[in-house]
Ligand binder design. Structure first.
Ligand SMILES: [Zn+2]
Ligand SMILES: [Zn+2]
Length: 175
């Protein structure tokens, strides 16, 4: 959803609270779409700080389905969000983009709430997701999920510490 900040910037010291429903059904991160399993509306407070500065604070919660790094079963991962951003409209768009915190969720005087959420998820996105600490993964030979089935393929049983190394190797292979 796009929220115009133009009006609140006209009113000195104005502060507005709003609940914004999350539209996204899936979020594209790390090369694939992740289904949104649960979402709560974003509770946002927009405050006019004066001198063309606006502060955005708020909270949100989104839960995404992320495949386990070892067995590829979907795991529901919660992303609790806390926003506290200051947007300085005295700066030009180019200057804002140069800031360390690239505020791409601002376009002109419009706030793109979906983009704000996306940025937050990107920051918190786990490098590795496991369905459980001791996930046995899938058999490299026949492909069965070793958490649910056993197979008689010829392979030395990996202990979990070795499995962790294997994950790292797999990540390198993907690059
Ligand atoms: Zn797993
Ligand atoms: Zn097997």
């Amino acid at each position: 959803m796009i929220i115009s900040l133009a009006e609140i910037m006209q009113i000195p010291n104005a502060s507005e609270q709003m609940e914004i429903p999350v539209e996204a059904e899936k979020i594209h991160v790390a090369g694939m779409d992740h289904k949104v399993m649960e979402k709560e509306p974003v509770k946002l407070t927009i405050t006019n700080l004066g001198n063309r500065k606006v502060r955005l604070t708020g909270t949100g919660l989104i839960k995404l389905a992320i495949p386990c790094s070892r067995c590829l079963d979907d795991v529901t991962v919660a992303f609790p969000m806390e926003f506290d951003e200051e947007v300085d409209f005295q700066k030009t768009e180019a200057e804002r983009m140069e800031d360390l915190d690239e505020q791409v969720y601002i376009d002109g005087t419009n706030l793109d709430v979906e983009r704000l959420i996306y940025d937050e998820i990107l920051l918190d996105f786990p490098l590795q997701t496991l369905c459980r600490e001791d996930c046995k993964g899938i058999c490299k030979v026949c492909g069965v999920n070793l958490n649910r089935e056993t197979c008689s393929c010829d392979q030395t049983v990996m202990d979990p510490r070795m499995a962790a190394f294997q994950d790292i190797f797999d990540q390198f292979k993907e690059v």
